[in-house]
Design a binder for this molecule. Structure first.
Ligand SMILES: *Cc1c(COP(=O)(O)O)cnc(C)c1O
Length: 505
């Protein structure tokens, strides 16, 4: 027999060492959190891949180890100096939120205990915390607390889980056993607006329907799905022998924050016995506001809803959540009972094994950061943070209208879109539009590269737009009201350069 002496595993750490190194890391993170809130520091240094790669050097996998203290010091310097800081008060790009500090600590605690939240027996308290978190999320948005649900890595995965539940529930044969079988491609139909996030492409493709199954209902001038068009399209498809499965409505589209007429869409789905799914990855949590529109609150009628705690709940990445009205829908879609898992002895006590409710097997404890943040702020303060984000975007939109060189385009929830229009180009013809698209593309690139403020882009009815999305509890009205001026100054600069190139003197 091999003699294994008392082990000194390189990866283990004595409690004293852990305490010392851990404290100094926490100190550095606290300094970092102070640093990013200083408005004179950049949101990003906009470095290119080559610059970053050269920092890491192309060394082979090290043969020998390096002390942990040195590594953590190096890694924090690397991250603090070469990242894009979505926790900076002037970051308004995409829909990536600032991370709640309690979530940072929650992740730390979660990985220290390291429960495997695939099965109750492996994660007794963590499983119950996830169940409670799911229920609170449902309560927050006004969805029935009797629903089923699971935390996943983000909005895409949450939408996938719901899509798979719909597919299982509505395909009129045993799809789990037979797969897509001989089905003629394109006969199964999934309806959504032309503004739907690209997860729908991946879902239709990866889950066997093919993206020909997607029926794009054109969005109207307010970027919303036309309910009448939807109704007619479903009627026509039924006449042609198609098999409509589901309708996807948006509670806040990714590019302009528009909300589809969810109440009407829900009614159409009930009429035709279709699955009604709502993609609320961005806007779902705004349904918690008492003043939310009836359309937005219409997500309560859905068979499934995807929301994204790493957006408006300010959880650090990653956290998404899939909710289904009928709690049986998830096990009916995902559950298998192989011999080597004997976790179901207490099934009659309402025991939850999350591996049966989604795609993952071993699962991390992503619920903890969400659960802690929900408790730290409470419902009232969450509503206030979301309401203030929306109010700041609305104020920006109002102020944009008073700048003669800015054309405001849309404002929904906490997203405002607009573009820079040089004097004389207002209401321009076709070629003017082409120039404006090029100009605004260049203006946005310069804004993002400059690092002072970080908006992103949208295309609104063919117009290339600059888009400010506030999912950031550190942004003040003052921060935001500096944006129009910076856009105008940058716009003039870029316009002058582009005209100089076009007509050399
Ligand atoms: C962000 C978003 C998604 C994708 O979510 P991820 O968390 O990035 O996977 C899907 N739909 C909408 C409407 C979104 O805003």
């Amino acid at each position: 027999m091999t003699n294994i002496p008392r082990r000194h595993a390189a990866l283990d750490m004595s409690p004293d060492e852990f305490r010392r190194i851990g404290h100094s890391l926490v100190d550095r993170i606290a300094e970092f959190l102070t640093w990013i809130q200083d408005r004179s520091n950049p949101v990003t240094r906009a470095e290119r891949p080559g610059q970053i790669r050269s920092l890491l050097k192309s060394t082979p996998l090290p043969e020998k180890g390096t002390p942990a203290e040195e590594l953590l010091s190096q890694a924090s310097t690397l991250l603090f100096d070469h990242s894009l800081f979505n926790g900076h008060p002037r970051f308004w790009g995409y829909i990536t939120s600032s991370a709640a500090p309690i979530g940072v600590l929650g992740d730390f605690l979660a990985s220290a205990v390291n429960p495997n939240v695939g099965a109750f027996d492996l994660s007794p308290v963590a499983t119950e915390i996830e169940r409670q978190t799911v229920r609170w999320i449902a309560e927050m948005i006004g969805y029935p607390a009797s629903c089923g649900g699971i935390l996943v890595s983000g909005g895409n995965m949450a939408n996938f889980v719901c899509f798979l539940a719909a597919r299982k529930a509505k395909i009129p044969w045993d799809v789990r056993k037979e797969g897509m079988g001989e089905e003629r491609p394109g006969r199964l139909r999934v309806y959504c607006s032309s503004e739907t996030h690209t997860w729908i492409h991946k879902a239709a493709d990866l889950f066997g329907l093919g993206h020909d199954a997607i029926v794009w209902i054109p969005a109207d001038e307010k970027q919303r799905m036309g309910a009448e068009v939807l109704r007619k399209q479903i009627g026509a498809d039924l006449q042609r022998g198609m098999i409509p499965l589901m309708v996807v409505g948006a509670a806040g589209t990714v590019s302009t924050g528009a909300t589809d007429p969810l109440q009407e869409i829900g009614a159409i789905c009930r009429e035709h016995n279709l699955w009604f799914h709502v993609d609320g990855a961005y806007g779902g949590f705004a349904a918690s506001l008492p003043e939310a529109s009836a359309d937005l609150k219409g997500l309560r009628d859905a068979d499934s809803v995807a929301v994204d705690p790493h957006k408006w709940l300010y959880a650090p990445l990653e956290a998404g959540c899939a909710l289904v009205r009928d709690p049986k829908a998830l096990p009916e879609t995902f559950s298998y009972h192989p011999e080597y898992y004997r976790f179901d002895e207490h099934a009659d006590e309402g025991l939850t094994n999350f591996y049966e409710l989604g795609l993952q097997n071993s699962r991390g404890f992503r619920a903890l950061k969400v659960w802690l943040a929900l408790r730290q702020a409470g419902r009232g303060e969450y509503e206030r943070m979301i309401r203030e984000d929306c109010a700041i975007a609305a104020e920006l939109y109002r102020s944009l209208a008073s700048h003669p060189e800015i054309e405001p385009l849309t404002c929904n929830l906490s997203i405002a879109t607009f573009r820079y229009v040089p004097p004389g180009l207002r209401g321009a013809e076709e070629d003017g539009e082409e120039y404006l698209n090029k100009l605004n593309t260049a203006v946005l690139a310069r804004l993002q590269g400059g690092g002072k403020m970080y908006p992103s882009n949208a295309v609104v009815q063919g117009k290339y737009a600059i888009r400010a999305c506030v999912v950031n509890f550190r942004t003040t009205l003052e921060d935001m009201l500096g944006l129009p001026e910076l856009v105008v100054a940058t716009g003039r600069e870029v316009d002058a350069e582009m005209k100089r190139v076009k007509t050399p003197a």
